[in-house]
Design a protein around this ligand. Structure first.
Ligand SMILES: *Cc1c(COP(=O)(O)O)cnc(C)c1O
Length: 387
């Protein structure tokens, strides 16, 4: 089990609650409501029923016999790509939207980058009967027209964020601003293990279902043993912390793979952004830098504070891979196993394939955080229609 944060929301020297005075009561209200809900078996049962009957949990584990043999390792995939809406994001969003209802909120606001968290939020709001407004950088609105239309189909309002670089970090700022102005009626559903306390803790708790399931499933499959290595991609870090939570107290190596152009842990320095202290890509003047990655879902200049903590105590490692390696990884899993991964988790495939020679004979568990359908058009542009 991962440790709970301190009362101040710290994971070691990271995390905390760096928000304007006006948001402190909202954060405290949320923290109290979450603790109360998580201790209530009725809430837990309602969430578990939705995860089973709507999302399709537990997600299965698939052993990759072909790719494993080719790489000289035993390779297991935790199939979050098979969830309703195609990724792990729905685990968190259903938990938070249920919590919002319990708190008597009528309206959800959310930020989204590539659109995946926006679509999951719109989905949960449609199911549970709440209004939903999604802030999305204007640049991303243009790049992700299909996901924008999807959110509108699901009944959500999509608002382009026009400030700053008009991408994800600006969408977070505008969603927070909306929340401050309408906190009585509004719940802010954050999409990853980031933001001010208690968000990183709430999102981790809802995503820990991945690790809880995977640990039991692996022990079944491996005659009571745990995998040697557990690998996931890291944007904000929610799918990674979800699977790590099941293995942090085993001997498994924990690997969070970052994009080379957004290596917050690998190349960042501690700083404050979006209400938290964490590793962050900054320029020489302390300004937050833009992240660049082939996969829009990993374009975040920061990382969840608990990952900064796990890195600083040496419990988890955060290597990075290049876009070129990701393009290879995307094709490798498709061709050898018949599974087209999301570009985000193709980062994890790329790392495994690059490092396999140092893991011969080991068992590697990878979190397949999402399916690749959303990325096929982009890959067709890169690889050409005839491949
Ligand atoms: C959003 C997304 C990610 C990145 O978010 P994390 O919080 O780091 O998990 C990774 N994979 C997929 C499929 C996503 O949609």
């Amino acid at each position: 089990m991962l440790q709970d944060p301190t009362k101040e929301g710290r994971f070691g020297e990271f995390g905390g609650r760096f928000v304007p005075e006006t948001l402190v009561p909202a954060c405290m209200e949320l923290e109290a409501a979450f603790k109360d809900a998580w201790a209530d078996s009725l809430f837990r049962t309602e969430l578990n029923d939705l995860l089973r009957d709507y999302v399709g949990r537990p997600s299965i584990i698939t052993e990759c016999h072909n790719l494993g043999a080719q790489l000289g390792i035993r390779l297991l995939l935790k199939r979050e790509d098979l969830n309703h809406t195609g990724s792990h994001k729905i685990n968190n969003v259903l938990g938070q939207v249920l919590l919002a209802k319990r708190m008597g909120k009528k309206r959800i606001v959310a930020e989204t980058g590539a659109g995946q968290h926006g679509v999951a939020s719109a989905t949960a709001a449609a199911l549970l009967g709440l209004e939903c407004k999604v802030y999305m950088g204007e640049v991303d609105v243009k790049r992700q027209a299909l996901n924008v239309f999807r959110m509108r189909l699901l009944g959500a309002e999509v608002v382009p964020a026009m400030s700053g670089s008009r991408t994800l970090k600006d969408a977070v700022n505008e969603a927070m601003r909306d929340w401050v102005a309408s906190v009585e009626s509004t719940y802010y559903a954050i999409g990853s293990v980031m933001g001010p306390h208690p968000y990183p803790w709430i999102v981790r708790t809802f995503q820990s279902v991945i690790g809880d399931e995977a640990r039991v499933q692996c022990r079944d499959l491996l005659n009571g043993e745990d995998p040697d290595v557990v690998v996931a991609c890291v944007g904000g870090g929610s799918n990674a912390i979800g699977i790590f939570s099941g293995f942090v107290d085993t001997d498994a190596r924990l690997i969070g793979v970052e994009p080379a152009g957004g290596a917050a842990v690998g190349r960042g320095v501690p700083g404050v952004v979006h209400g938290m202290r964490s590793y962050l890509m900054q320029d020489e003047y302390g300004q937050v830098q833009e992240a660049h990655s082939i996969s829009a879902g990993l374009d975040y200049p920061g990382v969840g504070p608990e990952h900064s903590h796990l890195a600083s105590i040496g419990r988890a490692e955060y290597p990075s891979v290049t876009d070129a390696e990701v393009i290879e990884g995307f094709q490798l899993l498709s061709r050898t196993e018949g599974i087209i991964p999301a570009l985000e988790c193709a980062h994890a495939v790329a790392w495994i394939s690059r490092e396999a020679k140092s893991m011969q004979g080991k068992t590697v568990l990878m979190n397949l955080s999402g399916r690749g359908d959303k990325d096929v058009a982009q890959m067709m542009d890169i690889l050409g229609p005839t491949l």
